[in-house]
Design a protein around this ligand. Structure first.
Ligand SMILES: Nc1ncnc2c1ncn2[C@@H]1O[C@H](COP(=O)(O)OP(=O)(O)OP(=O)(O)O)[C@@H](O)[C@H]1O
Ligand SMILES: [Mg+2]
Length: 239
């Protein structure tokens, strides 16, 4: 089985990377694809919060620091197709683990052939060292439908192109159909040169889902953002 490794990234913070990574991974696994979601944003890790997942013993930091094995840090959810590798939510950033993040490929290697998809949430950064060190990893860029966010998406796109890392698409997240002044898909395509553009509507149930600790695609599967993310998951599976 060839595993598709997708890093969800954006230079700008708060655009919706974690929301996308969590819900895309959950949607893909519910489409019967074996999926691992990794929280590699070890500065401000929140993936576990989206699942109300607390009290786990070993985290990604333990793996990076050599204090746990890959088996120790992977947890199974209600859906047997869904596995999660969380980072520690409550502690300060583990600086040692942070330095070892560039070695992540050696851990992913041990998972070869086990998963259809590995979805990786990342920290906001222009630094593409992280993805460069992952063999065959592809990227999804997340942006908001506003000019400043698109400008940053374009910059990271250029860096990824330079390093020959595939961009499978750009997601415009928090689209409000009543605000005509927001950047459209066509404008985003013209500005970034990325042809495959998806959108996710702004949806207040995203906040509710987070409070409940259940991904929105599970707890409000018919809500606008969920429908958009499920469609993206179906497209990603076909790629
Ligand atoms: N489609 C949406 N509709 C409404 N709110 C959203 C949507 N997507 C994300 N949000 C909200 O926007 C905020 C930022 O989302 P999120 O944490 O996913 O961004 P991020 O890019 O991962 O942030 P960071 O850079 O800090 O890791 C959160 O409060 C989240 O609930
Ligand atoms: Mg995040």
């Amino acid at each position: 089985m060839q595993t598709k490794v997708i890093v969800v990234m954006s230079p700008k913070g708060g655009v919706g990377k974690t929301t996308v990574a969590v819900n895309l991974a959950t949607a893909i696994s519910s489409l019967k694809k074996k999926t691992l979601l990794i929280d590699a944003n070890i500065d401000t890790p929140h993936v576990a919060v989206y699942y109300g997942f607390v009290g786990f013993k070993y985290s990604f930091e333990d793996l990076l620091n050599g204090n746990a094995t890959i088996k120790d840090v992977i947890y199974t959810g209600d859906d047997p197709n869904f596995h999660i590798l969380p980072s520690r939510v409550d502690n300060d950033t583990d600086e040692l683990a942070k330095k070892k993040l560039v070695n992540m490929e050696k851990h992913l290697k041990l998972l070869e052939g086990i998963y259809d998809f590995i979805i990786i949430d990342s920290k906001p950064s222009y630094n593409i060292d992280f993805i460069e060190n992952l063999k065959n990893a592809e990227s999804i860029i997340v942006s908001n439908p506003e000019i400043t966010s698109i400008i940053e998406a374009k910059k990271i796109k250029e860096k990824l192109d330079y390093s020959k890392i595939d961009i499978i698409g750009l997601i415009l997240n928090k689209v409000n159909t009543r605000i005509r002044e927001q950047v459209t898909k066509k404008e985003a395509e013209d500005m970034t040169g990325i042809q495959n553009i998806w959108r996710i509507r702004e949806d207040q149930r995203v906040y509710l889902a987070l409070k409940q600790g259940i991904p929105i695609v599970t707890c409000a599967s018919k809500s606008p953002a969920s429908l958009d993310i499920i469609n993206i998951a179906k497209d990603v599976i076909k790629m």
